[in-house]
Each structure stands twice: as C-alpha cells, then as structure tokens.
Write a protein that binds this ligand. Structure first.
Ligand SMILES: Nc1ncnc2c1ncn2[C@@H]1O[C@H](COP(=O)(O)OP(=O)(O)OP(=O)(O)O)[C@@H](O)[C@H]1O
Length: 421
C-alpha cells in the first residue's frame, strides 16, 4: 500500500524534475536562437563586405562613385591604426560593435556626447558639417556628418566604409570609425590639428610655411597618392585632389583626405556629370569623360603650383603658370613672396618642372606618381645636402676665425713675453 505522503513526495519530485527539464529546454532554446541570430548577422556583414562595389571603366581601380557593378577582392591593410580602435573598443557600449571590416561602429548617442551635442563644428564641406569630437577614451577625432538626402542604403554605405577602412597609410587621413543610426551617416577620421593646406596657404593669419616644410608636404602628398595608385589593391583613384583635401597634422606633415568621396560638380545649379572640383579637373577628363590615375596627377600638378606660389586656382593660377612656363626661370616671378630669399631658386625651378610635367595636356605624357615621388625626393635630398654643406661651410669659417683668434692671442702673449725679457 502506498502512503499518501509518499504519493505527495513522488508528485513533487516529478514536478520539480519536469520543471528543471522545461527550464533547461528554454535555456538551450534561447542560446540556440541567439547563436543563430549572431551567425546570420555576421554572414550579412561578410556578404556586405563583398557586395557589388563600383569600379570605373578600366575595371581595375576602385571608383566609389561610378555605376558598373562587380565584386573584387581587397588586400588587407598594411598597418591599422589599431591603438586608436582598441582604446575606443575598450570602452564597452552596447550600441557599438566592430564590424566585419574591423572598424568600430558608433551610435548616434555616442557621437552626440563626443561632439557636445554637435556644437564643436570645425568646418563645412559639400558633404555636410565636420565636428571635432572627444571620444570617451580621450581620443580626438573629426566627425564628418554626411547629408541625409542620399539615396544610398545602409548596406551600401557599410560596404563603402569597409573599403575605406582597408586603406591605411601614414599619408592618408585614416578612417577610424563610422556611425549609421537614426537616418544619419557619419564618417569618423583621425583629427588633423593644423587644418587644411588651403587654409594654411591662403589665410593671412597663419604662419607662412617655410620652403623646407613645403617640400616635405609635397613629398607627403605624393606618397599618399602613390599608396592609392600603386599600393592599394585594387588601385584607388582619388578624383578630388585639391589643397582643401590635404590636411596637416601637429608637425605640419601632410595627409590626403576624402579619398573615395568625390562628388559631382554643380554648374549653374545643375549636375555637370563631372566629378572633382573646378580648377583642379583634368581638361582631358572634361573632353573624354575618362578618369584615370593621370587625372589625379593633373590635380596634383595644380597643388604643387599652389605650394610654390600660394595662388589659388580660382585666382587665375593657370594663367600665371602659363606665363611662368615661357622661360626656364619664369617661376621666380610667381614664387610666393613670403619665401623669396629664404629658398634655393634651383630647387623651386626643379619642383616647378615636376609640376609642369604633371599638367601636360596628354595624360600619357604625364609622369606616374612613382616618378613624381622620386623627383620630389631628389629635390629634397639635394636641399638637405646643400644645407649640410652650407652648415659645414659655416662650421669651417667659424673654425677659421677661431684659429685666427687663437693665433692673435698667441702673438699678443709672445710680444708681452719679449717685452718682459
Ligand atoms: N580629419 C580632419 N581633421 C581636422 N579637420 C578636418 C578633418 N576633416 C575635415 N576637417 C575640416 O573640415 C573642413 C571641411 O572638410 P570637408 O572635407 O568636409 O570639406 P572640403 O574638403 O573643405 O570641401 P568639399 O567637401 O567641397 O570637398 C576642412 O577644410 C577642414 O578644415
């Protein structure tokens, strides 16, 4: 005979066991569901990274703004600015995660906080305002808020972010994060404390750049473009090289900005179908609509002349260049007044020769960016050699006068000695 109490114990035990079983089932079901959701998200991101991206007519270079679709492979970055990314990532936020490209994504709230509610504006470009932002770890960055009227979808935007994030070079303004939230898209870049080359050249309140700084800036830009044309796989054509897109860091070293973001030129309120900025656009591109790496070389030629003359392309720079091109030392006439007498005219003429080659009408006759880099490097090396030679000369003359002084002192001593005897 089974006791009533035993029945109760058995009933309770079975009830507890069934309860535990159900709890376990629910727990594993939730875990399975979460893992599946995670896998699906990763798969989505991975497929976004290989989504059709647009390449130009050559079929080799990345052009973030043309319209033919294809899938291409991207080489891993040479060196990530990981320090920055890690410190940001270290500050855990449930809104933020590292996307497939390895670049942190931020929430609107994160950026709102970092920009003190979007009050720290530092510039305004055609894409929208740019803000200075201090991230939780103390990293200072620049946040470019893109106009919200774009028809580009979120996935497409993330694909472009993945592509931009894979381009890393010390002469490029590197992308260090992004935000796509609340209908807004933002790109987060390393902060360049000395602003744009255009501002330094044309703002009278700025200290004029020395010749040495100008040579270094020219070489830095050249190396940045060289990475885009020859180092990146597939090659990247900038399409909007101009002094406003060259940014300077705390020690006046230059980096190329805005690669992959070129926009259409608006002429008389209408889209012209041309990408780039008036004054820098390759005339051959205007007539053929074919944009190649040599079109970037043309724009770089204009920038080189800006560095030499501090004349903006919108202030008849081309006319001055043509006048200067009439004689071998013509550039002396258009050299920036602020550096006249402080630089070697031979070096200025050599840089002007390089710039002239970049501006040749026929793209084929323009040098490649590797050739330009080599030529500028040679001028810089010559400059440094001359500096050391003149320093050596200075040292030598100082030594001579020292010897003369010593001889005079000895002579005086000997005459005193003779007088004593
Ligand atoms: N990474 C950065 N660090 C510091 N300042 C920046 C940075 N990026 C942009 N800026 C500032 O914001 C300004 C606007 O930049 P943006 O790239 O949006 O426009 P732009 O290149 O001047 O013009 P456009 O958009 O017509 O090409 C720059 O001139 C510069 O002063």
């Amino acid at each position: 005979m089974v006791h009533k109490a035993d029945l109760v114990i058995i009933g309770v035990s079975v009830g507890v066991a069934v309860g535990i079983l159900i709890a376990c089932l629910v727990f594993f079901a939730i875990r399975w569901y979460k893992r599946r959701a995670n896998l699906r998200r990763c798969a989505n991101e991975r497929s976004a990274a290989t989504l059709p991206i647009r390449v130009n007519g050559l079929g080799t270079s990345v052009d973030f703004s043309a319209s033919i679709s294809t899938t291409i492979s991207i080489k891993e970055p040479e060196h990530h600015s990981q320090g920055l990314q890690h410190s940001w990532w270290g500050h855990h936020s449930k809104d933020r995660f590292v996307s497939a490209s390895g670049i942190p994504r931020y929430s609107h709230k994160d950026i709102q906080k970092a920009t003190q509610n979007f009050t720290t504006i530092i510039g305004q470009g055609s894409f929208g305002p740019v803000y200075k932002a201090t991230m939780p770890a103390g990293d200072v960055v620049a946040v470019k808020v893109l106009a919200s009227n774009s028809k580009q979808g979120e996935k497409e935007f993330q694909t472009e972010v993945s592509l931009l994030a894979r381009l890393h070079h010390r002469n490029l303004v590197n992308l260090v994060g992004y935000c796509v939230d609340k209908g807004q898209r933002m790109l987060i870049y390393e902060f360049m404390s000395n602003g744009s080359l255009a501002n330094v050249l044309y703002n009278e309140e700025e200290r004029p750049l020395s010749w040495e700084e100008r040579l270094q800036i020219a070489l830095d830009i050249s190396h940045g473009i060289e990475y885009l044309h020859d180092g990146a796989v597939p090659p990247v054509i900038h399409r909007d090289l101009k002094s406003a897109n060259i940014l300077l860091d705390h020690s006046m070293r230059a980096k190329v900005a805005d690669f992959g973001l070129s926009k259409e030129q608006v002429v008389d309120g209408h889209n012209s179908g041309l990408k780039g900025t008036y004054g820098y656009i390759d005339p051959e591109y205007i007539s053929t609509s074919k944009f190649t790496t040599k079109s970037d070389i043309y724009s770089f030629g204009v920038i080189l002349f800006e560095i030499i003359t501090a004349i903006h392309p919108h202030q008849n720079l081309m006319e001055y260049i043509n006048l200067a091109g009439m004689s071998s030392d013509g550039v002396d006439e258009i050299l920036d007044k602020q550096i006249v007498g402080t630089c070697n005219p031979e070096e200025v003429r050599s840089l002007a020769t390089v710039a002239h080659r970049c501006l040749r009408r026929s793209p084929k006759k323009r040098p490649s960016i590797a050739e330009v880099s080599q030529a500028i490097l040679k001028i810089k090396q010559r400059h440094l050699k001359k500096d050391t030679m003149s320093f050596a000369g200075e040292d030598f003359s100082r030594m001579l006068s020292h010897i003369e002084e010593q001889q005079l002192e000895l002579k005086n001593l000997s005459t005193v000695d003779e007088e004593k005897r």
